[in-house]
Design a binder for this molecule. Structure first.
Ligand code: KG4
Ligand code: ZN
Length: 392
């Protein structure tokens, strides 16, 4: 089955066309396109929702066209007539999107696509709506069913697919129970899954997400957004020098006895540390100080993530641990988690590094898994809604 996947939950507009094969349990990527809004949001040090929505609305149709072009779906030479009144639901809030969709439908006849998998939440609601409304438009004009996808389920399933060739992924069977450590810019949660497709959240952050904390600390250190990779790079430089670190930061909720997290306190602790060192910001941090802060910060958050994951794995007798989300690309988290679990019977799965941050391939994979297990809950376009606070 050919799946057109759409992802617009945060600051990446992403489209993927994938062929899912239930018999071989494989997903082949036919075309993939992504437009990042990093430059737009960099000046704010975080994602600005109305700007995100506008950028999604400008980019999403050109990205679909880009994917179509790559796989050889051609524009018609003559304009195609279609019932434009079916798109009137876009008039009120999505006029920009509509201005791209109308010429699009006049140029392309329905391609060979069996389903649309679209992220419906969680995320920034105005941003999510752009993807949702695009899916609704494609569905009403071309008569293609929609499979709504939870963005976090997308992060959860990514590591289950093993890359075989450049564009081909194969589903590897999981030993249950499975625990998911989902760590991104918007979420930090531990998910328990007793069987495929059934999820229970057993812990989450009470304030900032871990990726958000990386981004905020990056900003304090004068590093670019998104801050995770930049902070991690500095941390590594200090760690490699094997010198004593004179900075100490708290490990919030390390001993709380539950699976919840809190990262806003550590961010504030970094702020105060910087103020103390720089005599109330009367001078700049030195490179060495920046590296020490970055290293201690990364050590602290990784220690908390690992302790909670390990405790949960014991209590829930996990056979498999899946890590997902942008922070799953953090090499220190990966190496420390690997050390903890390499002597155990637990299988630890990480996504391919390039698939850990938001993309549409993970949404296609989540759709494919539903197709493989025949758990497809399609929804009529009219009933499809974005839900910014969607949860497991
Ligand atoms: O999953 P994602 O692309 O978006 C959300 O769903 O939020 O995650 C983005 C987050 C950002 O906060 C970014 O700083 C963080 O993931 N991130 C990292 C790394 N790569 C991305 N954090 C730590 N280390 C990294 N290598
Ligand atoms: Zn994400």
């Amino acid at each position: 089955m050919k799946i057109l996947a759409i992802e617009t939950s945060c600051d990446e507009t992403a489209i993927c066309l994938a062929d899912s094969n239930k018999n071989t349990q494989e997903v082949r990527i036919l075309g993939n396109a992504l437009s990042s809004q990093i430059e737009i949001h960099a000046q704010y040090g975080g994602v600005f929702p109305t700007l995100a929505k506008r950028a999604h609305a400008e980019k999403i149709v050109p990205l679909i066209e880009e994917v179509f072009t790559v796989i050889g779906i051609k524009k018609n030479t003559k304009p195609i007539s279609f019932d434009e009144s079916l798109l009137s639901f876009l008039d009120e809030k999505e006029s920009e999107l509509k201005s791209h969709l109308v010429p699009f439908f006049a140029q392309f006849t329905k391609p060979d696509i069996d389903a649309i998998a679209v992220t419906v939440g969680p995320g920034l609601e105005p941003a999510l709506w752009v993807g949702v409304n695009t899916a609704r438009a494609l569905s009403v004009i071309w008569g293609i069913p929609i499979i709504p996808i939870n963005h976090m389920e997308g992060h959860f399933v990514t590591a289950q697919f093993v890359q075989k060739e450049k564009n081909s992924f194969s589903l590897s069977p999981l030993s249950y129970p499975v625990l998911g450590l989902l760590v991104s810019g918007g979420h930090t949660e531990i998910i328990f899954s007793e069987k495929e497709g059934v999820y229970k959240k057993i812990g989450q952050t009470r304030d900032d997400a871990v990726g958000e904390a990386f981004d905020k600390v990056a900003r304090m250190l004068g590093l670019p957004y998104p801050g995770g990779p930049a902070v991690s790079k500095l941390a590594k430089q200090w760690r490699n020098q094997k010198k004593e670190n004179t900075i100490t930061l708290p490990r919030p909720m390390l001993h709380s006895g539950d699976y919840d997290f809190s990262f806003s306190g550590i961010k504030t602790a970094v702020l105060y540390t910087i103020r103390d060192i720089t005599d109330n910001n009367s001078r700049e941090l030195t490179d060495t100080e920046k590296k020490m802060i970055a290293c201690e910060f990364e050590n602290a958050v990784v220690e908390v993530l690992i302790k909670k994951t390990r405790n949960a794995s014991e209590e829930y007798s996990a056979q498999t641990i899946i890590v997902g989300g942008g922070v799953a690309g953090n090499t220190y988290l990966k190496s420390e988690l690997t050390k903890v679990f390499e002597q155990s019977d637990i299988t630890l799965l990480f996504p391919e590094q390039w698939l850990s941050t938001d993309n549409a391939i993970m949404i296609a994979m989540a759709g494919a898994l539903k197709i493989f297990s025949q758990k497809i809950e399609t929804i009529t376009p009219k009933d499809l809604k974005a839900d910014g606070n969607m949860s497991f």
